[in-house]
Design a protein around this ligand. Structure first.
Ligand SMILES: [Fe+2]
Ligand SMILES: [Fe+2]
Length: 246
């Protein structure tokens, strides 16, 4: 059994970061003892170097290994370079026990809000996914921007500009799980054999309507994946349960 905590959209900075909520989330997640934490971007609010320095102190509070991709806010003000210096590679692949693979993609562009993967990164992802198909590994793709519009988020603006091509790659390779953030609204879509999950914001006060800060927990166990929506300091419930396809 593997437990993954999916957090997103911290927005560390002076305008929208709620430290109290973040610290509560850290203690909740640490007590769940996940195998790993995946962070789908907008770690900082403006990509400023000082925000990154502050954010690294917050991220160090998590006890589980953490892997992050950048969001549009992280790639502002040369933040794309700072991300590489302080956080790590902007796109990456990790495998666990030869049984599943997670591919992290950089959907951000410097000083732009739109999401875009681009041909070189897509071809690299396809190559990684080919291996997953051959070896029948559970596959997860993590990126900041949503690949399908999210309900209750107003006018659509920042869905991946090459969403069609990415959806084709993901569905033809039967990716098990796609996880993203950006909209600060949790959601699940199922497309063919792929579950597409959006996380809410873990600690930003930029929230819509009655949404509260939240994160997702994925429990991958045999044929099943369970997705829990955990509101920080509030209700935690089963958000979806699916049977894996081999
Ligand atoms: Fe965000
Ligand atoms: Fe974003």
């Amino acid at each position: 059994m593997t437990v993954i905590a999916h957090i997103s959209d911290l927005h560390v900075g002076i305008s929208s970061f709620d430290e109290e909520v973040f610290l509560k989330a850290v203690s909740e997640i640490n007590s769940l003892k996940p195998d790993m934490i995946i962070l789908t971007g907008d770690i900082t609010d403006n990509g400023y170097y000082k925000e990154y320095m502050q954010a690294m102190k917050y991220l160090a509070m998590f006890e589980a290994p953490l892997f992050a991709v950048p969001g549009n806010h992280d790639s502002r003000n040369l933040g794309n370079q700072t991300f590489e210096e302080l956080v790590g590679e902007r796109s990456w692949k990790l495998t666990k026990d030869d049984e599943f693979t997670i591919i992290g993609l950089d959907s951000s562009s410097p000083d732009e809000n739109r999401g875009h993967i681009g041909l070189p990164q897509r071809l690299w992802m396809e190559h990684q996914l080919d291996t997953c198909v051959i070896e029948e590994r559970f596959s997860i793709v993590a990126l900041h921007h949503h690949i399908i519009s999210i309900p209750d988020t107003g006018r659509e603006r920042n869905v991946l500009s090459d969403a069609g091509d990415i959806l084709k790659t993901i569905t033809t390779h039967e990716v098990d799980l796609v996880i993203s953030g950006h909209k600060h609204v949790p959601n699940i879509w199922k497309i063919n054999d792929t579950i597409v999950v959006n996380a809410g914001s873990i600690s930003s006060n930029k929230l819509r309507g009655k949404n509260t800060n939240s994160y997702n927990i994925y429990i991958i166990d045999g044929n099943f994946i369970k997705i829990y929506l955990n509101n920080v300091g509030g209700e935690k419930f089963l958000f979806g349960k699916y049977q894996r396809k081999y």
